[in-house]
Design a protein around this ligand. Structure first.
Ligand SMILES: [Zn+2]
Length: 305
């Protein structure tokens, strides 16, 4: 009887999760009820003809600068070398975010993360760049960018301390999971960094009895909690792989820079870059269930204190 009651309560909460759409459903926000935000800026596939495609920026040789505009301003030329933009989407990252969120709702009997999704293809909007490079000055794309960022800000506004996880996909040959904290590969390798320049600075100020090394790649790091669940999901940085060494590594982009605690506030952010094999439909459910547990362990240990 109790089980039925609890199950009904949980389903009710899941059904009740409000969804807010941006203009033309280019963006969407699933309102959560915990201090956790999951974002997927590069998982969209919509290619409306009303938004010209992002191909390359416009190069002004005299000043050595790129202008991201449609069409190119005078005295500039489209330049796919100097002003290259990435238009490749991160496949199955929306599916991953929804699967992880569902697992978290289930494991907590109804505490669900906020979810912010960009449904536009990256060839139309890059929601992990500053507005100009993201939208090329196209009004419709700019509106979607503002709505996407507004949803994150709204989710954050209801939190004191919290955590944002920005989910991406990459095709690096190492095929490992890359956790980005705004520390470059060279600095992770050399150890030349301090907590204050990172996207988890607030966490370091809450956990004064724990070294930053431990929070970043030691016993209280997200890498450790992932390893604890399943060591086959090789993660960098983590206790087993504290440094990328000569391997490929993404250190974090616009979202973790803007909405993590590097500049201000008490909400931390980590970029999670997933290899292809983990996003395949055969692996995705298993990985999502694992990641949900690892995130909750990290959250319980580091956020709710
Ligand atoms: Zn990405």
């Amino acid at each position: 009887m109790l089980v039925v009651f609890l199950l009904c309560g949980w389903l009710k909460i899941l059904e009740a999760q409000e969804v807010i759409f941006g203009h033309k459903k280019y963006t969407e926000y699933h309102v959560g009820n915990m201090s956790l935000i999951l974002t997927a800026p590069h998982g969209g596939s919509l290619i409306p003809s009303s938004i010209p495609s992002r191909d390359a920026g416009c190069w002004k040789k005299a000043v050595g600068k790129c202008y991201y505009r449609h069409p190119c301003p005078s005295e500039t030329v489209k330049d796919t070398v100097n002003c290259k933009v990435n238009v490749l989407s991160d496949l199955y990252t929306q599916e991953m975010v929804f699967a992880v969120a569902k697992e978290i709702c289930h494991l907590t009997s109804g505490s669900c993360p906020h979810i912010v999704i960009n449904n536009l293809s990256r060839s139309k909007l890059d929601a992990n760049r500053e507005k100009l490079e993201a939208a090329f000055g196209v009004h419709e794309a700019e509106q979607a960018w503002e709505e996407f960022m507004g949803f994150i800000q709204h989710a954050k506004s209801n939190m004191s301390q919290g955590l944002l996880l920005d989910i991406h996909g990459q095709a690096h040959p190492e095929q490992w999971i890359e956790l980005g904290y705004l520390i470059s590969k060279a600095n992770l390798n050399s150890g030349n960094f301090s907590a204050s320049g990172t996207s988890i600075y607030a966490l370091s100020t809450r956990q004064l009895n724990v070294t930053f090394e431990s929070l970043l790649r030691g016993n209280q790091s997200l890498g450790k909690f992932i390893e604890d669940e399943n060591i086959e999901y090789v993660t960098v940085p983590s206790p087993s792989n504290p440094r990328p060494k000569s391997g490929n590594y993404f250190s974090g982009g616009y979202i973790v820079k803007t909405y993590g605690s590097q500049m201000t506030g008490d909400v931390d952010a980590i970029q999670i870059e997933l290899p292809k094999w983990i996003r395949k439909t055969t692996e995705l459910p298993k990985f999502a269930a694992m990641l949900a547990k690892a995130i909750l362990n990290y959250y319980d240990f580091n956020v709710k204190h």
